[in-house]
Design a protein around this ligand. Sequence first.
Ligand SMILES: Cc1cc2nc3c(=O)[nH]c(=O)nc-3n(C[C@H](O)[C@H](O)[C@H](O)COP(=O)(O)OP(=O)(O)OC[C@H]3O[C@@H](n4cnc5c(N)ncnc54)[C@H](O)[C@@H]3O)c2cc1C
Length: 485
Amino acid sequence: MYDVIIIGAGVSGSAIARELSRFEANVCVLEKCEDVCEGTSKANSAIVHAGFDAAAGSLMAKLNVRGNEMMDDLCRDLDIPFKRNGSMVVCIHKEALPGLQELYDRGVKNGVKGLKILTREEALEMEPNLSDNVEGALYAPTGGIICPFKLCIAMAENANVNGVDFRFNTKVENIKKDEDGLWHIRTNNGEYVSRYVVNAAGVYSGVIHNMVSKDDDKIEIIPRRGDYCLLDKEVGNHVSHTIFPQPTNLGKGVLVSPTVHGNLIVGPTAIDIEDKEGTNTTADGINDLIAKANDHVKNLPMRKVITSFAGLRAHEARHEFIIGEVDGAPHFIDCAAIESPGLTSSPAIGEMVGNMLKEMMGLTPKANWISTRKDVMNPADLSVEERNELIKKNPAYGNIICRCESISEGEILDAIHRPLGARSLDGVKRRTRAGMGRCQAGFCSPKTMEILHRELGLEYEEITKSGGRSNIVIERTKNQKGGEK
Ligand SMILES: Cc1cc2nc3c(=O)[nH]c(=O)nc-3n(C[C@H](O)[C@H](O)[C@H](O)COP(=O)(O)OP(=O)(O)OC[C@H]3O[C@@H](n4cnc5c(N)ncnc54)[C@H](O)[C@@H]3O)c2cc1C
């Protein structure tokens, strides 16, 4: 029996798990996929928003601004990359200039610091590749860029080191409160029992909520798909700030931004769909985003695209985070409808839900809570002399597996053997960047598979791209039947 079960190991569930790990409580995270960061948290713009978008006074606005403020300390403690590169909302129609003032005023009400409205000349001086049509811009120095995988993985790892149990490949199928007053959670891997439940199931948070809520309190989460193009590092400095168009009722629009690892990202679109697993891109979506991005940034080097992908926002009609105890379901906490800026808000969501449960359960702090963790060691951060020393001590750091990103066998071994270690190609990719480069894993996949096979004792047929049925080797070839794989 657990004190708290969290459903979902995305950035919300992982942040809540880390906050709860500060206290004396028996906590477990149930995740239907084979790793953390398999839902929306793995496919977004990776922007730490300043906080001028959300309606003044909303929970979304408060958690956005608080999450943004928490990011420096959190990223330092968890050893993950974060850069305050600043963001600009660009106006390209003179008649739309008052819209910048509205955003500025809302930002001030939300507590965003340092906002400034720029003239056309000031904006172009800061970003020479803005469209020739630029009329002005809203500049937010607190806007930033982050690695969404590292944020989610680091919070989960740190929670795990502090005693939180993670059960992967465990899908919640039904939840009932029994006569014993406890929550009984049926999964594909048997029943779990808990005093408190937190629903952090992303696009499925409505489905989970509806398992326990009253008939007149059902919620519907609409997957709002966003397509992206990711461009090569060669053109990562086409802009240095995150460049947004003026927002519409469908969201913040198609942005152009450097990533924290030096690529350029362009996207997302905003298309409401029915399929909660519908993360396919479409030609129409990609063409649409390219056209829109070109409205506010010129000479976009779209021939340098290395991959495209899509993510699903957990959109709810009220466009507000739903966080709190479900009416008529005591001890069941929703963390639902966490659409953008959910990544930015995640540390604040963790803090809020952690404090809520601390009060409700009367939790006491752990004396020996570990607040920091070290990321997978990156030899690229070392001097040549230090790297040579490292390779002398451990030759695996001299064996380059991913040529595009210069990732060594040593880093992959670290990713596999650390807490909540990688078990699939994507698990290795998100922890080390092996396979994230220009060739998109064409060269390193077989080599990474060899390492997974050797280190985890997995048969080649058992190794997957990202768990489930994403096997890479299906069977032996005709000539090799019964022979070598
Ligand atoms: C296109 C797009 C762009 C975005 N850009 C930004 C941005 O730049 N900045 C920003 O701040 N935010 C952004 N966001 C929002 C942000 O990505 C999300 O708010 C955040 O990732 C949501 O995290 P989560 O943990 O709530 O959900 P998820 O990451 O989806 O995690 C939910 C988890 O629950 C698991 N789960 C679901 N059902 C079950 C079940 N029955 N049993 C067990 N496990 C289950 C899933 O497998 C998943 O791992 C963007 C989102 C999208 C889609």
